[in-house]
Ligand binder design. Structure first.
Ligand SMILES: Cc1cc2nc3c(=O)[nH]c(=O)nc-3n(C[C@H](O)[C@H](O)[C@H](O)COP(=O)(O)O)c2cc1C
Length: 186
């Protein structure tokens, strides 16, 4: 199953267009989670306490872990998020806090290092930026989590930049990237 984590906000999101082109190329069974409609809750003290108790009892069947289970069992993962304030919309961080469940997506090795438990063999991070895509506090961070904590060996960035800069043809830049995606040229 391919999991599409959709952190795009605008209805005519360019990031989402790139992600849909990629998903079309990947084919197969897909599940989408649209973060803006997912009613994600922050980890309050009460929720943290409940989560810790459930993790200690290894009760991962609890509904609190539904999204973490979905993330853990995905074969491929596509995350799409616009470049906001040098990273990504806060709702994606909220999602990551919700799915990063020790014992389910990651565990600690004896050395103290995280050891990933996710099944996915690859994660794509899709983003678009209004100006230049620097500095990169989004893909680099996602890649560190994926490879260092979740056990996902391969990651890839799909990106289009300069979309809001005067003199740049945003539509042409997006179309070119979609052309490359459709021909596997990334
Ligand atoms: C809240 C917000 C913050 C943004 N921050 C940045 C930024 O730090 N750097 C940048 O280059 N563009 C920034 N932009 C522009 C977006 O990255 C750009 O318009 C992007 O293509 C939006 O993606 P979308 O079409 O998928 O919504 C920001 C836009 C918004 C709405």
């Amino acid at each position: 199953m391919i999991l599409f984590v959709n952190a795009c906000v605008r209805s005519d999101s360019r990031t989402q267009r790139l992600a849909r082109a990629l998903l079309e190329q990947l084919g197969g069974e897909q599940e989408e989670i649209k973060l803006s409609e997912a009613n994600l809750e922050p980890l309050s003290e009460e929720r943290l306490r409940k989560r810790t108790e459930l993790v200690e009892r290894r009760q991962f069947s609890d509904s609190m872990f539904r999204l973490a289970r979905q993330f853990q069992r995905a074969d491929l993962i596509v995350i799409a998020a616009p470049y906001w304030d040098l990273s990504f919309p806060a709702i994606l961080k909220l999602y990551l806090e919700n799915i990063y469940v020790t014992g389910l997506v990651s565990e600690y090795a004896e050395s103290g290092e995280p050891h990933g438990l996710c099944q996915a063999r690859k994660l794509w991070y899709v983003t678009t930026a209004g100006g230049p895509y620097v500095p990169d506090f989004s893909y680099d961070y996602i890649r560190a989590l994926a490879t260092g904590c979740f056990g996902i060996p391969e990651t890839e960035l799909v990106m289009a930049e300069m979309l809001d800069v005067q003199g740049y043809d945003a539509e042409a830049i997006v179309a070119e990237r979609i052309y490359e995606i459709e021909r596997g040229m990334l």
